[in-house]
Design a protein around this ligand. Structure first.
Ligand SMILES: [Zn+2]
Ligand SMILES: [Zn+2]
Length: 364
C-alpha cells in the first residue's frame, strides 16, 4: 500500500511542477501562478549569486542559443532521450521479463514496438509538415479565412509584417526564430525545430498523444511485470524481521517493492522515467485540449494576459485621475478601454469536439 501511495505522491508532485512551469498563467493569482512567478523572477538572480557573473553570462548565452536560434539541439536531445529510454526499457524489461512473467506476454513486445514506431512517425511528420507559411501569393486567402478574428485589440485589420511584406491575417505571428509569418501561430517548438501552426497542429497533438500512450503502456506493463516477478519469487509469502525489536511482520506492498527495487533496480528506474514522461506530457496535452475547447492559441493566451495587465493599469490610473478631476478625454478613454476589455474577453468557447474537428480537417 505504501508503495502505491509513494507512486501517486511522486506522480502528483511531478505533474504539479510541470503544470506550474508549462501551463499556469504568468498573471494567475493561484498558488501555482505565484510559485511560477517566483521561479521566473528570482531564479536568474539566485543562479547569478551561486555561480558568479562569468558563468551566469555563459549560461545566459547558452540559454539564448538553445531557445532563440534555429538549431538542432532540441531534435538531437529528443532522439537521445527517447531512444535511450526505449533501449533501456528493452534491455531491462522487454527482453528480460516480457513473456517470462504471467501477466505480460510477448504480444506486448510487438505492440510496444509498434507504438514506438508511431511515436517516431508523428515526430517526423510534426518536424516536416509546414505550419502554414504566409506568403504574398496566399496572403489574401489567409486574411479572408481568419477575418472574423479581427477584434481591433489583439488583431487589427490592415497591419502588415515589415519583414515578410504581407498583410497580417488575424491569429498569425511572425516567428523571429524561423523568420516566417505563420498562420494560426501556436508556439515555436524547439523539440521539432519549427513553429506549430494551423497545418501541423494535428501532427503535434498526435505526437503528444502517441508518446503519452507509449509511456502509460510502459508503466502499466512494467508494474504488471514486477507484480509477476514478486509472485514467481513468492515475495508476498515471505515474512520480515524487524532488526531492532525482532518482531516478525508479514510482507507488505512497500516491503515487496523495496526487495524488487533492489533486485531490478534499472527496470524500476526506467518505469519511473516512463511515469515522469506520462505525467508531464499528459499535463501539456490536457492544456492543449483546453485551449482547443476555448478556441485559443498559446500565443493568444500569453498576449491576452499582457493586454489585460496593461488595460488594468491604465484603467486604474484613469479612475484615480477622475477622482481628482473629471475631463472628457479620460471618460472617453476609459469607455474605450472597457470596450477593448469586453472584446478581448468575448467568450468563444467552441467545444472540444468541434475544435478537434477543425484542427484535424486542416490540409497539409
Ligand atoms: Zn513575417
Ligand atoms: Zn518558429
Amino acid at each position: 500500500m505504501e508503495g502505491i501511495l509513494l507512486f501517486i505522491l511522486f506522480a502528483l508532485t511531478t505533474g504539479s511542477f510541470m503544470y506550474m512551469l508549462v501551463c499556469t498563467d504568468s498573471n494567475s493569482r493561484t498558488p501555482m501562478g505565484m510559485i511560477r512567478r517566483k521561479i521566473y523572477t528570482s531564479g536568474p538572480s539566485i543562479t547569478k549569486k551561486l555561480l558568479g557573473d562569468k558563468i551566469f553570462v555563459k549560461l545566459q548565452q547558452f540559454y539564448n542559443y538553445v531557445f532563440y536560434t534555429n538549431n538542432r539541439l532540441g531534435q538531437i536531445a529528443y532522439f537521445v532521450i527517447f531512444w535511450v529510454a526505449f533501449g533501456l526499457y528493452g534491455k531491462f524489461g522487454l527482453l528480460k521479463h516480457f513473456g517470462n512473467t504471467p501477466y505480460v506476454s510477448h504480444i506486448h513486445s510487438v505492440c510496444g514496438s509498434l507504438i514506438f514506431m508511431f511515436c517516431n512517425y508523428f515526430f517526423y511528420r510534426t518536424c516536416t509538415t509546414s505550419p502554414g507559411i504566409i506568403t504574398k501569393e496566399n496572403n489574401d486567402e489567409y486574411v479572408k479565412q481568419f477575418e472574423q478574428y479581427y477584434d481591433e485589440v489583439q488583431y487589427k485589420q490592415n497591419t502588415s509584417c515589415s519583414t515578410c511584406n504581407i498583410i497580417k491575417p488575424a491569429r498569425s505571428k511572425h516567428c523571429r526564430i524561423c523568420n516566417i509569418c505563420v498562420s494560426r501561430f501556436d508556439h515555436h517548438c524547439i523539440w521539432v525545430r519549427q513553429c506549430i501552426g494551423q497545418k501541423n497542429y494535428k501532427y503535434f497533438l498526435l505526437f503528444l498523444f502517441t508518446h503519452i500512450f507509449l509511456s502509460l503502456y510502459g508503466v502499466v506493463a512494467g508494474i504488471l511485470c514486477l507484480f509477476g516477478i514478486a509472485q514467481k519469487q513468492q515475495l508476498f509469502k515471505l515474512t520480515y524481521k524487524n532488526a531492532v525489536t525482532g518482531e516478525i511482520h508479514p510482507a507488505t506492498f512497500f516491503r515487496v517493492f523495496t526487495v524488487i527495487s533492489n533486485r531490478e533496480t534499472f527496470f524500476v528506474f526506467i518505469i519511473f522515467v516512463c511515469l515522469i514522461f506520462f505525467v508531464t506530457l499528459t499535463a501539456f496535452f490536457l492544456y492543449h485540449l483546453n485551449m482547443i475547447r476555448k478556441d485559443l492559441t498559446t500565443n493568444e493566451r500569453i498576449r491576452k494576459n499582457d493586454f489585460e495587465k496593461s488595460f488594468l493599469n491604465e484603467m486604474y490610473e484613469l479612475q484615480e485621475q477622475q477622482k481628482r478631476k473629471k475631463d472628457d478625454d479620460s471618460i472617453k478613454r476609459l469607455a474605450q478601454l472597457k470596450q477593448c476589455w469586453n472584446s478581448l474577453n468575448k467568450k468563444r468557447v467552441q467545444g472540444l469536439y468541434e475544435g478537434l474537428r477543425i484542427v484535424f480537417s486542416q490540409p497539409n
